[in-house]
Design a binder for this molecule. Structure first.
Ligand code: FPP
Length: 292
């Protein structure tokens, strides 16, 4: 739906400098109560969110869909501020997919673009106050010129902030990210003449939009849908998934903290074996193989 040109946005800024400072005293009493139950040494480094349910939130109230998106933008601001107060280094939000631009009515796409521009215009000072660094991933070069320029300005202005990095996935699709990564890798092979047999996971990772970030530890999806919707397919290989029925416009920092508390109750195995998973037989000879 948007014009195509140039190259997609990669994560080109360096990672934040160490762990962002905590501002727990700025949490609400409810947030502080949940935060107090968390293990500080086991906080996720990167939380990604599929923000869903803006339309249904509006429908439930007999409101027009755009009002759901408007409340959704408010939720983006509030959740980002809580993330910055607890020192979450990376927060990535699925704000606009490639499919959104192709499959939604033109009027809705154009409203979402205006909303994004307004969000950037009105929130930049709050981002500065909260030490938030804004970045974006996706085929952002295909966004309308005025949106792209505003995004670029906001990224430049916040580039030296050392708190939470808020990454907006805009005009983003995970499959097209992989296509772009393969193209980048093919260029590298052509110029540096290394053999295809030398391609490994690290070589692919270096060409993803997210090359400078750790993979998400936790993926949250609002509105109860059990889908990944073409979001960060490579990066979420070992990510813990948390689904809430709550619609995005009603999602707040408190719910982010509840999702983190749930994450901390999980045992991450990364393909290994966990505790309470049976004893390991030390003698291979004693392990009789039978298939009935
Ligand atoms: C899904 O709701 C949400 C989106 C289309 C993307 C998220 C957009 C926002 C939160 C708005 C503003 C964002 C920023 C960064 C300013 P939906 O329309 O698919 O909901 P439905 O499934 O209930 O129809």
């Amino acid at each position: 739906m948007f014009s195509s040109a140039a190259t997609p946005t990669h994560a080109t800024h360096a990672a934040p400098f160490g762990i962002p400072a905590l501002r727990i005293d700025e949490l609400s009493p409810e947030e502080r109560a949940v935060y107090a139950t968390l293990k500080a040494e086991h906080l996720p480094q990167h939380v990604a969110i599929i923000m869903d349910g803006n339309g249904r939130w509006a429908g439930r109230r007999s409101l027009k869909r755009f009002l759901g998106h408007q409340q959704g933008a408010k939720a983006v601001q509030l959740v980002t501020e809580t993330a910055s107060r607890i020192g979450l280094p990376w927060l990535t939000l699925y704000a606009f997919s490639l499919e959104n631009s192709l499959r939604r009515p033109r009027t809705e796409v154009s409203f979402l673009m205006r909303l994004l521009k307004t969000y950037l215009n009105t929130n930049i000072e709050r981002m500065m106050r909260n030490n938030v660094r804004l970045r974006s991933i996706g085929r952002t070069h295909e966004l309308p010129d005025d949106v792209r320029e505003r995004l670029h300005e906001a990224e430049e202005k916040t580039a030296r902030n050392t708190g939470t990095t808020l990454t907006l996935a805009l005009n983003y699709g995970a499959r097209s990210e992989l296509v772009d990564a393969v193209r980048g890798l093919a260029e590298e092979i052509l110029h540096q003449r290394f053999a295809p047999g030398q391609i490994d996971e690290e070589a692919i990772r270096r060409h993803l939009y997210t090359a400078q970030m750790p993979d998400p530890d936790l993926l949250i999806r609002t509105s109860g849908e059990l889908r990944i919707s073409n979001f960060l397919l490579w990066q979420i290989a070992y990510t813990e998934i948390f689904i809430t029925e709550r619609y995005w416009p009603d999602f707040r920092g408190l719910h982010l903290l509840e999702a983190i508390a749930d994450f901390q109750r999980r045992e991450r195995r990364f393909g290994g074996i966990g505790k309470d998973c049976g004893e390991v037989e030390e003698d291979p000879e004693r392990m009789k193989v039978t298939v009935r």
